[in-house]
Design a protein around this ligand. Structure first.
Ligand code: 5AD
Length: 346
């Protein structure tokens, strides 16, 4: 697929059709799997996910670690704890560490920079990805100068009205998008993405997500089904479906042949073979959990989030077996965006 996308209303109908018609879906999935194979063979990259803090100043209606959730026990990791996760991860074969967290004002931007430099000093052959939310350009620049390579910040939904139904009015889609453009300008490999099947989402919203991503041209795109969380205003809502999520993964693979697209934990959470289904629809990344076991139950973005078995970094061998059964090979390369050259310091 190349050239401009169809307009929103046409694209929305096409997405709907792919979600409803089995033959069309199979054809889409085959095309996406072939595109992924041409670009990456059957290789799947791994990232060790370290969930640094579940404190968050934001109050997104869908998210289990939202500020107003008083039932959640909060934690944050020290620099030493983060570094020990990396030491363990390096031995297991990880060459990318993703530091993810809520927007936690406790860490100063210098603290994050210090953690990044320490990881890069100890593991110069590894990539560091940050996924810490919306900050100002100075913070993003400081972390990049400290050695951070990549930044993940899902736009969540590109539909302006839909965004307002998922977030309190203090949050704006424009600011989030500005952050993404800023990150790109600084020199990060940038990841964005959205939830599939979140409350009030329409096919038009999904079409807008594709339009926005086409404009941004991110290096990484993370999507997963929306899954309800019991202690949020959206408790009891329907989760996004496997089919819708696979349709969107496959479309993303066709639209962004070189992108790094994870088969996400949310997808494994809604279907036992979700991860492998994600690969078969064109995903080429998986992000096992490398957080200290004692905090894993506390980083609950949604109900029943999987963090054992193949979702755990310690079970890499089992993950490899599962992937191999589906015809895929887990590899330990850093897995940068094809041809990406870092400019600037480090
Ligand atoms: N269901 C699925 N994904 C969620 N996220 C947050 N809450 C949920 C939920 N209830 C996703 C958001 C965020 C990422 C870290 O997790 O898209 O960007």
């Amino acid at each position: 697929m190349s050239g401009p996308l169809p307009p929103i209303d046409v694209l929305a109908e096409q997405i709907r059709f792919l979600c409803e018609d089995d033959a069309a879906f199979e054809a889409l999935r085959t095309a996406a799997a072939n595109t992924a194979y041409r670009q990456f063979r059957n290789r799947i990259y791994i990232r060790g996910l370290i969930e640094m803090t579940n404190y968050c100043r934001n109050d997104c209606y869908y998210c289990g670690i939202r500020n107003s959730n008083q039932k959640l026990e909060r934690y944050r990791l020290t620099k030493e704890a983060v570094v020990s996760c990396c030491i363990e991860g390096y031995d297991l074969g990880f060459r990318t560490f993703v530091l993810q967290g809520g927007e936690d004002g406790y860490y100063r931007k210098e603290d994050i920079a210090d953690i990044v430099s320490e990881i890069k000093r100890r593991f110069p052959d590894c990539a560091v990805t940050l996924s810490l939310g919306e900050y100002d350009g100075d913070a993003y620049q400081m972390w990049f100068d400290a050695g951070a390579d990549r930044y993940l910040l899902r736009h969540e939904t590109a539909g302006k009205e839909h965004y307002a139904k998922l977030h309190p009015k203090e949050m704006s889609p424009e600011h989030r998008k500005q952050c993404l453009y800023r990150l790109r300008e600084i020199g990060y490999q940038v990841g964005s993405g959205f939830m599939v099947g979140s409350p009030y989402q329409t096919y038009e919203d999904l079409a807008e997500d594709l339009h926005f991503l086409k404009e941004l041209e991110p290096h990484m795109i993370g999507i997963g089904p929306y899954v309800p969380h019991k202690d949020t205003p959206f408790a009891g809502r329907q989760a996004g479906t496997l089919r819708q999520t696979l349709v969107m993964i496959a479309l993303l693979r066709l639209l962004f042949p070189q992108a790094l697209i994870p088969s996400t934990t949310a997808l494994s959470t809604i279907a036992p073979d979700g991860r492998e289904q994600g690969f078969l629809a064109g995903a080429n990344v998986v992000m096992p959990n490398l957080s200290p076991v004692s905090v894993r139950d506390k980083y609950m973005l949604y109900d029943n989030k999987r963090n054992t078995g193949e979702e755990s970094a310690q079970c890499l061998e089992s993950l490899k077996r599962c992937a191999r059964k589906a015809g895929y090979e887990i590899v330990t390369d850093r897995g940068d965006y094809p041809g990406f050259i870092r400019e600037g310091k480090v």
